[in-house]
Design a protein around this ligand. Structure first.
Ligand code: G3P
Length: 216
C-alpha cells in the first residue's frame, strides 16, 4: 500500500519525507487555502521534496477550463497528477487527460457508480472520501471494498486512493480491503508509529540494560 501525505504544508512534507515511507502527496483547494500560499508555488516546492505522484486540483468547473488549468499544472513537473471533481465535466476532462497521457486523480467520490465512471475514462486514481461517509453514518471502508471488487471484476487499472482519512483505524481498514493508496494528514501518519506497548517495552529494555551495566 502506498502512503500519501494529504497536506499543503511544506514543512510537514519535509519532516514526513525523512521517514522514508511517503510515496506521494495530495492537495486540494481547501488545503492550499489553509497554507496561505499560491497553488503553483506550493506544488513546485512539493515536487522537489517527494519523488512520487503529487495531486494538484483544478478550480475550473467546466471542461475547457479544467483542461487549460490541468495542462498548466502538469507542466510544473512529470509527477504532477491533475485532480478533477467527480462531475460530468470532471469525468469528461478525465478522458481528455487520459488520452493525452496526463495522470489524473478523480476526487470527491462517494459511490461505486461514480468510481465506475472514473475508471471507464481512464482515471489514474479514484479518491473515495471515507471519512466524510463515516461522518454521516455510512460505511466509508465498505465503499472501498465494493470498488475493489468491481474494479477487479473488470480489470480496471485505476488505483483506489483512500482519502478523507480521519485516524489510524481508517488506514488499517483501507489496507484490509485492498486500497492501493491511503492519503492522510500528517497527524495520522505520525500516529501509525505509536503503540503504548512499544513504548513500555523499549523503556523496559533500556532500564534492564542500565541495571546490567550499572548505568544511572
Ligand atoms: O484529499 C481529500 C481530503 O483532503 C479530504 O479530507 O478531512 O476534508 O474530509 P477531509
Amino acid at each position: 500500500m502506498d502512503f500519501f501525505l494529504d497536506t499543503g504544508e511544506v514543512n510537514e512534507i519535509k519532516e514526513a519525507a525523512k521517514w522514508g515511507i511517503i510515496d506521494g502527496v495530495t492537495t486540494n483547494p481547501s488545503l492550499i487555502a489553509k497554507s496561505g500560499r499560491n497553488q503553483f508555488d506550493v506544488i513546485k516546492e512539493i515536487v522537489e521534496i517527494v519523488n512520487g505522484p503529487i495531486s494538484a486540483e483544478v478550480i475550473a468547473t467546466d471542461v475547457d477550463g479544467m483542461i487549460k488549468e490541468g495542462e498548466e499544472l502538469a507542466n510544473i513537473h512529470e509527477n504532477v497528477v491533475i485532480k478533477l471533481p467527480l462531475t460530468e465535466a470532471g469525468i469528461t476532462a478525465c478522458k481528455w487527460f487520459s488520452d493525452n497521457q496526463i495522470k489524473t486523480n478523480v476526487t470527491l467520490c462517494f459511490s461505486v457508480n461514480q468510481a465506475l465512471l472514473a475508471a471507464k475514462n481512464g482515471a489514474t486514481f479514484i479518491s473515495p472520501f471515507i471519512g466524510r461517509l463515516d461522518d454521516i453514518g455510512h460505511d466509508g471502508p465498505g465503499l472501498i471494498e465494493e470498488i475493489r471488487n468491481i474494479y477487479d471484476n473488470y480489470g480496471f487499472e485505476t488505483k483506489i486512493l483512500a482519502a478523507s482519512i480521519r485516524h489510524a483505524l481508517h488506514v488499517r481498514e483501507a489496507a484490509m480491503v485492498g486500497a492501493d493508496v491511503a492519503t492522510m494528514p500528517f497527524k495520522v501518519v505520525k500516529s501509525l508509529f505509536k503503540h503504548p506497548l512499544t513504548d513500555k517495552g523499549l523503556e523496559a529494555f533500556l532500564n534492564d540494560h542500565k541495571k546490567a551495566n550499572n548505568l544511572n
